[in-house]
Design a protein around this ligand. Structure first.
Ligand code: ADP
Length: 451
């Protein structure tokens, strides 16, 4: 096992990783920007190194600074968390060249999955069902039209380098296709510096269902069931649950086995998430994330498996601590992503936390790095905490979630807690009847009512 792990991240995920390291007796190094000198991850780590000014590109994304912090502290491994350098293949290569372990998959696997065209091709080759669409990149409008007509409208134009829902445009009819192509291309070029596009069938009312996997890098892999992340605003997840209210054991077992088998064949190391859209009983692969996800706790709550502990084990060369038969799913879990944002307009609300009272009690977990008097800097994303609730079944989970949200107090900044209080009382949510468009419709209805 490692002696010292440097955590190349901030906020709640830095704490999450730190906790797993502490439980294994591994020393921890926090890195931080000047804006985060008072952050909780810095306070709780054994050592800390300031790696630059507030903008992420000058600190958390600055590879030479992170590497220097490793050298100074003698860290033998880096955990990248999510976001920042977590899916940066060059970073993984550079660490390898310096004989520092990257707690994640190989640079090659990060590269394949980071290019969505290549990812889709690889998934299909490994027997994973994919969304019908172009075989590879689509270079011009004539080819785009031919493919779109073949798969049938509506279609979705997507960026090969896409992420965060950017570079994605729907064309409902042939007339709309040239415009969708040029807008997506411009957006992809400015956001990712790569304007390769591909085309997919646009699914009308799917759910977003993703499978958590874990591989040892040597041909052994397991799946840890699914998470339903259909409640999204602007393609960003805000509420995730496991198991999905839409899957039965047969569907879960079927897709889980396909994915675990593919991950084993790939020789994938560590945790990963294979994302699907699910419509009319069919799964369609959209992408794979080669890192720990924000929503990983719901899987931990229903399996009792510590995913960061498993990442550390695999990265240090140990085999998986379980086989597929050892994994069972117990009860139901929901995660709410609490942001420092106005709950109606979603405008970020940085500032000083005047009072913070997180809920507690049986089945309640709060992953957060804020505290009384903490000043939320304006430079990073607005996630201030995750409320994760577990119950023996979905009904108990929802009742407990309602109770936990009632107890949740964040004063001094606006937060999205009130939005979740409303969602938990909604009849569609109670019945698990929602798809990826539900939340946007709900929010525009609430907007109309207040106007
Ligand atoms: P990103 O990497 O930008 O997040 P994804 O491919 O993961 O892009 O897609 C993000 C979201 O966009 C999905 O969760 C879903 O809501 C929507 N989406 C993606 N592909 C399709 C599709 N073929 N049809 C309908 N919606 C889609």
């Amino acid at each position: 096992m490692f002696n010292k792990v440097l955590i190349a991240n901030r906020g709640e995920i830095a704490l999450r990783v730190l906790r797993a390291c502490k439980e294994l007796g591994i020393s921890t190094v926090a890195v931080h920007s000047t804006a985060d000198a008072d952050a909780m991850h810095v306070r709780l780590a054994d050592e800390s190194v300031c790696i630059g000014p507030p903008p992420a590109r000058d600190s958390y994304l600055n590879i030479p600074s992170v590497l220097a912090a490793c050298e100074i502290t003698g860290a033998d491994a880096v955990h990248p968390g999510y976001g920042f350098l977590s899916e940066n293949a060059r970073f993984a290569d550079i660490l390898a060249a310096h004989r520092i372990a990257f707690i994640g998959p190989s640079a090659e696997h990060i590269r394949i999955m980071g290019d969505k065209i290549e990812a889709k091709r690889t998934a299909a080759r490994l027997g994973i069902p994919v969304v019908p669409g172009s075989e590879g990149a689509v270079d011009n409008d004539i080819e785009a039209m031919r493919i779109a007509k073949e798969i049938g409208f509506p279609v979705l134009v997507k960026a090969a380098a896409g992420g965060g829902g950017r570079g994605m445009k729907v064309a409902q009819t042939p007339d709309e296709l040239p415009m969708a192509m040029s807008t997506a291309r411009a957006e992809a070029r400015s956001a990712f510096g790569d304007d390769q596009l591909y085309i997919e069938k646009y699914l009308g009312k799917p759910r977003h269902i993703e499978i958590q996997v874990l591989g040892d890098g040597r041909g052994d892999a397991v799946h840890l069931g699914e998470r339903d992340c259909s409640l999204q605003r602007r393609h960003q997840k805000i509420w995730e649950e496991a198991p999905s209210p839409a899957l039965n054991d047969e569907a879960r077992g079927r897709i889980g086995a396909i994915v675990a088998d593919a991950i084993a064949k790939l020789g994938y190391a560590g945790v990963g998430t294979v994302e699907f859209l699910y419509e009319n009983g069919e799964f369609y692969f959209i992408e794979m994330n080669t890192r720990l996800q924000v929503e990983h706790p719901v899987t931990e709550m229903i399996t009792g498996i510590d995913l960061v502990n498993e990442q550390l084990r695999v990265a240090s060369g140990s085999p998986l601590s379980m086989s597929q038969d050892d994994i069972s799913f117990n009860g139901h879990a929901v995660e709410c992503r609490i942001n420092a944002e106005d709950p109606a307009t979603f405008t970020p609300s940085p500032g000083t936390i005047r009072y913070f009272h997180p809920p507690g009690g049986l089945g309640v977990r709060v992953d957060s790095a804020i505290y009384h008097g903490y000043n939320i800097p304006p430079h990073y994303d607005s996630l201030i905490g995750k409320l994760i609730v577990h119950g023996r079944n979905r009904v108990e989970c929802m009742m407990r979630l309602r109770r936990a949200l009632d107890e949740f107090v964040v004063d001094g900044v606006r937060s999205t807690v009130p939005l979740f209080r409303r969602l938990v009382d909604d009849v569609d949510i109670a019945n698990g009847m929602y798809n990826i468009h539900w939340l946007e419709k709900y929010l525009s209805r609430s907007q109309d009512m207040t106007e």
